[in-house]
Design a protein around this ligand. Structure first.
Ligand code: ATP
Ligand code: LTN
Length: 329
């Protein structure tokens, strides 16, 4: 049985990295999987400060983007994490089998807590991977399609499942990450040493899925490039390598074909074509999004239905977990 689970935080605008690294493969997977569950992980988003009004809007916006990208509520369960109390409950239980040392080694915590200081980072940010493990393990997940940055978290979910199983008897399915090699790590346009990120300081870091043509052209124009002018991938050319990878992803051409096409041409010509390719790629998604977001009632109904379907699966797992541990009457 192939059971897929993944999620995105409603912590800002969804960008091309999220789309190519995660959502794109979800759409393909929902057809081949026996069970596909896609969550809007709002409880994860509040591990760093969020404005309540914006958060509420972002939750619906991320849901609309899932649908616009092709996630089909007839094939997949789509729901909001905080609508299911089982997630926080299982996270608490998993906390008791998680070691402080394990969480201290998580690179995302190290990165994000450094933005302020460890002293002022929330306990929730530290505990973030345990909640993610709960998300995954509640649904008997076998495969977790994510970008490269989440691999370490999925590995923790595996370790916790194995530890719980050996302590209390087989309860959890042990999941594995599913990472698309070609788009595992889309880098920032303003800094090719760091991944494209929703919480980047500058909007010039990312192409948002909902950016209009003019914004996209401007961001690509201002994207950093490397010292030589040749349009070719290479370890010493991280900026152009990133742009070439993006071009290949949005155009159905291989990197080699694109290199060939732009042999002897300059960055200006290359960037113009890249911007056009991105605009064309995002257009159908944006058109669908505009329609979906206008019909809030239908959108909320899809999420409520998703939550009902998630409940049946999550409750069953949680009951089994409590029974194994000896909780309750
Ligand atoms: P934040 O910057 O707020 O942490 P994010 O941009 O990293 O947000 P997430 O919600 O953490 O976005 O990630 C959603 C999914 O998108 C995850 O599967 C993650 O691995 C993937 N992802 C995020 N950024 C990239 C990227 N630059 N390249 C490829 N995949 C990415
Ligand atoms: N931490 C993930 C989002 C996330 C997730 C999950 C992904 C929360 N729970 C379960 C896969 C499976 C991130 O992308 N930052």
């Amino acid at each position: 049985m192939k059971k897929v689970f993944s999620g995105i935080q409603p912590s800002g605008v969804i960008h091309l990295g999220n789309y190519l690294g995660a959502i794109k493969q979800w759409v393909e997977l929902q057809d081949e999987a026996d069970q596909a569950v896609f969550c809007i992980v709002d409880l994860h988003a509040i591990t760093v400060p969020q404005d309540p009004k914006t958060l509420k809007q972002n939750i619906l916006s991320v849901a609309a983007l899932y649908l616009a990208a092709g996630i089909d509520p007839n094939k997949s369960i789509i729901f909001v994490q905080s609508s299911r109390p089982e997630h926080a409950e299982l996270a608490w239980i998993l906390n008791t089998v998680t070691k402080m040392g394990e969480l201290s080694r998580m690179t995302q915590f190290k990165d994000k807590s450094q933005k302020t200081s460890i002293e002022s980072a929330s306990v929730g940010l530290f505990d973030y991977p345990v909640l993610m493990a709960a998300d995954i393990l509640l649904y008997g997940t076998t495969h977790v399609p994510v970008g490269e940055d989440q691999k370490q978290h999925v590995e923790l979910a595996r370790d916790l499942a194995l530890r719980f199983n050996s302590r209390y008897g087989t309860t959890f399915t042990v999941p594995e990450p599913l990472i698309r090699r070609e788009s595992a790590r889309i880098m920032g346009l303003d800094d090719p040493a760091k991944k494209m990120s929703k919480s980047a300081q500058s909007a010039l870091n990312y192409i948002a899925i909902l950016d209009d043509a003019e914004t996209i052209a401007n961001k690509i124009k201002r994207a950093v490039t490397d010292s030589e002018s040749e349009i070719k991938v290479g370890a010493e050319k991280p900026a152009i390598t990133n742009l070439l990878n993006i071009f290949a992803e949005v155009s159905d051409q291989s990197v080699a074909e694109i290199e060939q096409e732009f042999q002897g041409k300059n960055y200006g010509q290359f960037k113009k074509s890249l911007a056009e390719a991105i605009v064309a790629y995002l257009k159908p998604i944006q058109e669908k999004y505009d329609k979906i977001i206008q019909d809030e009632d239908s959108l909320k109904k899809i999420l409520e239905d998703g939550s009902r379907r998630a409940k049946i699966l999550a409750e069953k797992t949680l009951l089994d977990v409590k029974e194994k541990i000896g909780l309750g009457l």
